[in-house]
Design a protein around this ligand. Structure first.
Ligand SMILES: [Zn+2]
Length: 207
């Protein structure tokens, strides 16, 4: 398992260039035809393949940094999981004009999911060509619209890629013990138990 900190050390120029290129390609495809929720498994896997990421947990902080995001954890109102901001004015107070703030009261797994969720907004909803500033608040309990559903499904697929998830599930599953099975997968993928449970049912896996 490659730790997040090790990945930080090896975010190489190549990752930064690759991610910038991927971002551009997604943007131009998005202008022709908006990405559909059902395309998320394929897009998430494409990103992981092109970055050469085969191990979990997926180094989401490193991916955000390669896109020049500053990730900050702070006190947010209870119901808010995260905020993404793209605004030149942010550079006055942060090291970048692209910032993701995550709620420091959330567990690490939830925080990682929030980052991947916000990455989806950056890739699919922020339109570089005609938007100068973009802000989006992620409220875990809000009613989901199309954009939110796409962001959540992208995050699930990025952090728990289908093939890898099924493989690890087969390795650790304890029949008739959902609780322990979820705990183990939650450790392996570094996501919340709730996200694991949703993924198990999304992929129609049987415990
Ligand atoms: Zn959102």
């Amino acid at each position: 398992m490659i730790s997040e900190s090790l990945w930080q050390g090896i975010i190489m120029d190549k990752t930064i260039q690759n991610m910038a290129k991927i971002r551009e390609e997604i943007q131009s495809r998005n202008q022709e035809k908006k990405y559909d929720v059902n395309e998320m498994p394929e897009v998430a896997q494409m990103i992981l393949d092109r970055l050469g990421i085969e191990e979990v947990p997926i180094p989401i902080v490193a991916i955000m940094k390669s896109l020049n995001f500053q990730v900050v954890a702070g006190e947010l109102k209870d119901e808010i999981s995260g905020i993404i901001g793209i605004d030149d004015d942010l550079a006055k107070n942060f090291k970048s004009s692209k910032v993701i703030a995550i709620n420091n009261k959330d567990n690490v797994g939830h925080q990682r999911f929030t980052m991947a969720h916000e990455l989806a907004h950056y890739l699919f909803d922020f339109d570089v060509s005609n938007q100068i500033v973009y802000y989006n608040t992620y409220n875990t309990f809000e009613d989901e619209n199309e954009e939110e559903r796409r962001a959540n499904y992208f995050a699930a697929n990025l952090l728990m890629p289908e093939k890898k998830f099924k493989k690890e599930f087969d390795n650790v599953v304890i029949k008739n013990n959902l609780y322990v099975t979820v705990e183990k997968l939650s450790q392996i993928f570094q996501v919340s138990g709730e996200a694991v449970r949703r993924r198990i049912s999304e992929l129609s896996l049987q415990v």
